[in-house]
Design a protein around this ligand. Sequence first.
Ligand code: SF4
Length: 317
Amino acid sequence: MSGIVTYSPAYTLVPTYECFNRCTYCNFRTEPGQSSWLKLSEAQRQLERLQSEGVCEILLLSGEVHPRSPKRKSWFQRIYDICELALELGFLPHTNAGPLSFAEMAQLKQVNVSMGLMLEQLTPKLLQTVHRQAPSKVPAVRLQQLEWAGELQIPFTTGLLLGLGETEADWWETLEVIAQIQQRWSNIQEVILQPHSPGHQQSFSASAFHPYQLPEVIATAREILPSTIAIQFPPNLLSDPKFILECIAAGATDLGGIGPKDEVNPDYPHTDLSFLAEILATAGWVLVPRLPVYPPYQSWLSPRLQAAVGQWQKVEG
Ligand code: SF4
């Protein structure tokens, strides 16, 4: 067996860690008002440092300000301005900032080559447990984001978080719904299957989702999802390299954004790229970089974004 496995050379900028949700497994958030927002000048300093380092994707990963908060407008503007800055400096932005209004999503489309939001799990049972204090995690709200992204022709990444207390049947149901959205809108470029991996900050006490289960989940996901959707998993969350090979053999083809820090799982450093390439090579796989927008979706982008993508395609030959 052999073929290509992709990853995105990425760097994460965090406009703010503050978040009005309180998911009990979170290792990212701070309380609203307790951490300063990323200033444009600081974002510029970080981005300029990256310009000669082969980084293509700037992932904007943000905690959420409540839609009715007086701070929402400036929060959104900060995200927009950082995307604009990243584009001006030659990077390709991808934003994941929680549920957005239709108008916010339409605006961000102008400065993002793709966007993302994890569905996590569609079962409403989690609203009684890990999401009891997380209004943004109402499944219907998240599902609507995928639909709006389709309507707006935004190439989209979504995914499942595994091991929050859901059942196997819940996984398949969530995947079936993603497959239906793809049939309707054809806007889902990748689905992440992310195992719950306990970190230093969370109060949720369940043990980690064991990586030996992940290849089985990937194999079934591959049967449920249309072949136009790439399956992605985060290699830094798998305790043993043998699971990486098993996940690829089961049908995953992408390792996601790899950069200096996994902001969502800060207790699990990203795996070294050359080490990953070596592991994959033992089974005949070749690790290659990709852009944060997949080729079939490039025609959905504005002329300005298509030109930015074209520059990277020239670099990659
Ligand atoms: S997981 Fe996301 S939505 Fe939930 S508290 Fe953390 S940052 Fe907020």
